[in-house]
Design a protein around this ligand. Structure first.
Ligand code: CMP
Length: 152
């Protein structure tokens, strides 16, 4: 079990639907530690880099447009096996297949607007965190009721 960090993006579709708070609350209520949080406007350049593996997909132009529609909210999360655990909380990429109780399962029916992005692997998470946060925009701190958090 390794203590890791991972990235979640609250996508423009969710920002437009005023779901930023709901999504952050999902992680907080679960007891997952937030170590970085910021709003930013994605540029074409940033999207080309972030979704480079999808550049040949027919939906890439659409994806680009939707990711630039409003600013996104980037969240850095920390904990043991956090990459996998956050993916479990976000649910399947296609919201139609995402289980109820997951973020995508509860808030979306469309893969084009699947509410959040979450890093898929530890390597991806390291890359993606560097893309969205500088070292001094991520924090190391202890929560008060440490006994409640296996992540501390
Ligand atoms: P995300 O987890 O951000 O990773 C890549 C994104 O591409 C994905 O969420 C979806 O928003 C989008 N995507 C994946 N497959 C499709 C598809 N078939 N049609 C439209 N968008 C897609």
């Amino acid at each position: 079990m390794n203590r890791e960090r991972t990235l979640v993006l609250v996508k423009p579709g969710a920002v437009q639907r005023e779901l930023i708070g709901e999504i952050i609350t999902r992680f907080e209520r679960k007891g997952i530690k937030i170590v970085g949080l910021k709003m930013l406007q994605m540029t074409e350049e940033l999207i080309n880099e972030h979704y480079a593996h999808l550049r040949d997909q027919p939906f890439f132009t659409d994806l680009k447009r939707s990711m630039m529609a409003t600013p996104v909210v980037a969240i850095a999360l920390e904990g043991y096996d956090i990459v996998k655990r956050v993916r479990t909380l976000t649910g399947a990429t296609n919201p139609r297949e995402a289980a109820p109780g997951t973020i995508r399962g509860d808030y979306s029916v469309s893969i084009r607007n699947n509410v959040v992005h979450a890093s898929g692997t530890i390597e991806e998470a390291l890359d993606e965190l560097q893309r969205f946060f500088t070292e001094d925009e991520m924090f190391t701190y202890r929560r008060l009721n440490v006994m409640d958090y296996a992540d501390e």
